[in-house]
Design a protein around this ligand. Structure first.
Ligand code: ADP
Length: 398
């Protein structure tokens, strides 16, 4: 069966058509600038040339229609008709506490997506528009919602409650949810398989280190704790997000800089992280280039980044009373041996031994980077959220 995976952002749409018989990608692509001038669809059919469509797209309905047209196009397409699409899996950001597993889209699912608009203001509205666009373009086709918050649904209250008055949890569901859930689920599951661990009780820490970054602890593939919170702002230092900080800083800076809370949150989301700390870039490659030129601020930034990841790993070892494997994924985690080594250098006491040659060689591929004697297995494992969404979708429509 072919599964179409859709990931709608406020002005973008990413898609993949996956043949689930062998999990191969038949076509993938990206629509950008939906609703703004310069809308563009870049369609990449496997084994054929790239196909680019530049035409005004005033909304996601038109974008979805153009994607389906590209998929069935006689020259650039990969299927004869949309009948060859078995179901559509949608990445949906936030389910609040309502859904803790992927599910068939129903009226209740759409109600929940809407109710969570204020928890995921950039993504949930776009996710709903994407679902409704598919419903309009392919009536009767099964749509599956795969929630980014679902993985965190197995956390216990001790991990998800904030130490604020209980009424805020009860009235407004203010708690830790966690994000990048599909990635953490995929990578923790694949790590267990790759490292030959016990699928029911293996203790795994996944470091998803991309532009956005988060870390999770799971036992037997079930999330015990994760670093992002009510929103993706909490936790690790990221490309442009601050991660953890003293909440009193908000008022202090708002007063001094004469900013509103939402202006300050914009700073914490878009102008902080390694970009704000270094004043150089949100891209780790630029930061490292400056470290190598002897820039002390860049070095302090990189050190703080690795230190924060290491502190979280240490706390998750405590949370699980041990760890069997640590996995690195996403842009930095998959590609940068130096940052992995910096992080792992904090864990000699755990008996972690890095195989330096394997670490250097691991670029964008699944690889064991710990030695045979290491007490904890360390792996690099590329994330594949689209495949995880397609697998969940298939399981629900089979
Ligand atoms: P996201 O999905 O969060 O946008 P990605 O997982 O694609 O992010 O990661 C993008 C980030 O990965 C970039 O900001 C870049 O800094 C970093 N990155 C990619 N390749 C490397 C590399 N070789 N070394 C260091 N960082 C890298």
């Amino acid at each position: 069966m072919n599964i179409l995976v859709l990931n709608c952002g406020s002005s973008s749409l990413k898609y993949q058509l996956i043949n689930m018989d062998d999990e191969s990608v038949i076509a993938k692509g990206l629509v950008e600038r939906i609703g703004i001038e310069g809308s563009i669809l870049t369609h990449k059919p496997t084994g054929k040339d790239k196909y680019v469509v530049e035409t005004p797209m005033k909304d996601h309905n038109i974008a979805v229609k153009l994607v389906l047209d590209a998929l069935v196009d006689p020259e650039h397409g990969v299927i004869k008709s949309t009948d060859e699409i078995g179901a559509v899996g949608h990445r949906v950001l936030h389910a609040g506490e309502a859904y803790k597993e992927s599910c068939l889209v129903t009226e209740d699912v759409k109600r929940v997506i809407k109710e969570c608009f204020d928890l995921g203001p950039l993504h949930n509205p776009a996710n709903l528009i994407g679902i409704e666009a598919v419903e309009a373009a392919m009536p009767g086709k099964k749509n599956i919602a795969v929630w980014d918050t679902a993985f965190g649904g197995t956390m216990e209250p001790k991990a998800y409650l904030y130490a604020i008055p209980r009424e805020y949890y009860e009235k407004y569901h203010v708690r830790r949810y966690g994000f990048h859930g599909t990635s953490h689920m995929f990578v923790s599951g694949e790590t267990i398989k790759f490292a030959g661990l016990n699928k029911d009780n293996a203790k795994v820490i996944v470091c998803h280190l991309g532009n956005g970054a988060s870390i999770s602890a799971s036992i037997g593939g079930k999330c015990v704790d994760t670093s992002m919170g009510l929103t993706p702002l909490e936790g690790l230092i990221m490309g442009t997000r601050s991660g953890d900080l003293d909440p009193a800083i908000l008022e202090y800076l708002c007063n001094h800089e004469n900013m509103t809370i939402s202006e300050m949150l914009n700073v914490l989301n878009k102008k902080s992280g390694i970009l704000g700390m270094s004043g150089i870039s949100s891209d780790f490659r630029d930061l490292i280039a400056e470290v190598d030129k002897g820039n002390q601020i860049a070095k302090d930034t990189l050190d703080a980044y690795a230190y924060r990841v290491a502190k979280y790993i240490g706390s998750y070892v405590a949370a699980m009373n041990g760890v069997d494997a640590i996995a690195f994924t996403a842009g930095v985690g998959e590609n940068n041996a130096r940052i992995r080594k910096m992080i792992l250098s904090y864990f000699n006491y755990l008996g972690i031994e890095v195989d330096d040659a394997a670490n250097e060689a691991a670029v964008g591929e699944t690889k064991m980077i710990s030695t045979a004697d290491s007490k904890v297995k360390v792996v690099v494992l590329p994330t594949n959220e689209e495949l995880a969404i397609a697998r969940d979708t298939l399981a629900l429509v089979k």
